[in-house]
Each structure stands twice: as C-alpha cells, then as structure tokens.
Design a protein around this ligand. Structure first.
Ligand SMILES: [Zn+2]
Length: 276
C-alpha cells in the first residue's frame, strides 16, 4: 500500500429537494426545503480502485419514487468515471455504506467489483420496514431495486477491505450502516455515508445543549448518536454524501487541507457515551 498514492474523488450524481425538519435536522424548520447533492466517492489507492456507493438513478425515476430531483448536468457514476478516463470495469471493489436508493444505483455496471455490505443492511434492504419501502425501492412498489440479484461479500464489525481501506459499523440511519475509513497523507479520512448527512449536523445545537445537531432521518437515534461520537473519535477529516461543501474540491486530500481536532469538548453540550 502507498498512502502517498491514495486519492479520493467526490462524484455528484444529482440534486434532490428535502424538508429541513423531516430529513435533515432534528428540531429543524418544518416546511423549509433544502437542495442537497447526492455524492459518491471514487478511491484510488494506487493498487486498488474502489467506489464508495454508486449514487442516484436518472431524475425521472428519482422524482417518481422519492424526491424532486434535478441532475443539473451531473452524470451517473459510471459516466463520471469514464469522463475521468476510468472504465467502470476497472473498479475492483464497491463498498456500500447502506443500500438506500440514492447510494447504489448503477451498481451492476461495476461488473468486476466485489460488492461489500453488512449482512444486517442486506437483510433490511430485502425486507424493509414498511416506512422504508421507498428508501430501498421495495418490489411491492412495482420497481426492482438496484441490488436485486447481486452477490455480496458480507462484512461484520471492523474489517480491512484492501490495504489502507477499512469499514466499521455506524448504525443509526439504517440498522446495518457502515462507514469507510481511508488512510491518506493527511490522516484518516472517514467517508461516512449517511451516518452524518452534512457538516452542520456534526456541529452543536447550542440552544438545546446538543453536542451535535443530529439528522432526523434515523431508524435508531441511540445508535445514530453513538456513531457520531465514534466518527468524531476516529476521523482526521470527514466526507459526508449530502454535503455541498465537499464539492469545493475535486480531490482529497488537497494541498494545505486542515485536519480536524477530534472529540473537542464544548461547555454546555456534552458527549453522551464515555469510553469512546
Ligand atoms: Zn440513506
């Protein structure tokens, strides 16, 4: 493995409109809509080419089954790679943080890849709780989910996938959610999936004495909060999938990139879990 060669490239596959309070922020402003990007990441370690999730489908399907979607010229993930001179067949690993629709479309185009996910995630994707039928594009809606028929390599607990790239459990948004941890010259990058939606979620909501302004869209807030604290403990930098500021740079790490301080204590907004 060569940390010097490891580069991470964000790929925006399109924009969707979500309600500030229903999805993005616990105790957010109801009725206020926000447009968020739907990013996935291409990771090149020099020896391996990986995708961390594979992004959105076309705007018509996204809008029909999910949220108002506009591509604004964003390509699907296989086309984004081709524009970078990479054939999707060169990708040898696809890590899926979770199997929600906006994270795994077009996955079958990466036909030489190992597909990595947690067994808990696969189980819930194939048999979702009814309020999550749309999130997983359940066949009861008359659609075929993007992962249907794919053979997965299942990972439980913290697991090395290729040298310099690990996954670890970050449940909360979904029961089997995982995050990818990538070693780089700027330290440990955690590509968080939907464990954390945006950078603002990771900052305090001081008037409520919350150390993090956690997102509302979670199946389990206790696990979700714990995953925030675990990411805070590990990460030198964080790449969320619905954060517009991630798109300010076409490659990570970049020259002069600041490294975050881990687990900073803030008066009046305590951590909850000790020993993390
Ligand atoms: Zn999700």
């Amino acid at each position: 493995m060569s940390i010097e060669k490891t580069k991470i490239y964000p790929i925006n596959t399109g924009w969707v409109t979500l309600d500030h309070a229903v999805y993005l922020f616990n105790k957010g402003t109801p009725g206020k809509n926000i447009d968020i990007p739907n990013i996935c990441f291409y990771v090149d370690t020099g020896e391996h080419k990986l995708m961390i999730d594979t992004g959105l489908p076309d705007a018509e399907r996204a809008t029909k089954y999910h949220h108002d979607c506009t591509k604004r010229g964003c390509p699907d993930s296989p086309d984004a790679l081709k524009a970078m001179g990479i054939d999707p067949c060169e990708i040898d690993v696809c890590i899926f943080t979770h199997l929600h629709w906006d994270h795994c479309h077009n996955m079958k185009q990466f036909r030489n890849a190992r597909y990595i996910a947690s067994p808990t995630e696969i189980q819930w994707a194939y048999n979702p709780l009814p309020p999550y039928y749309r999130s997983y594009e359940a066949p009861i809606l008359g659609v075929e989910p993007p992962f249907m028929g794919c053979q997965f390599e299942v990972v439980e607990g913290e697991t090395e996938i290729v040298p310099g790239v690990k996954v670890f459990p970050t449940p909360g948004h979904t029961p089997g959610h995982i995050a990818a941890q990538v070693e780089t010259t700027a330290g440990r990058c955690v590509i968080v999936g939907d464990a954390i939606f945006t950078y603002r979620n990771f900052e305090p909501k001081v008037e409520e004495h919350w150390r993090y302004w956690i997102q509302n869209r979670m199946v389990n807030q206790i696990d979700g909060w714990k995953s925030y604290e675990e990411i805070d403990r590990r990460a030198d930098f964080i790449l969320p999938f619905h954060e517009e500021r991630v798109l300010e740079h076409s490659v990570y790490p970049y020259e002069g990139m600041p490294v975050r301080e881990k687990r900073v204590r803030i008066a009046g907004a305590p951590f909850y879990f000790s020993g993390i």
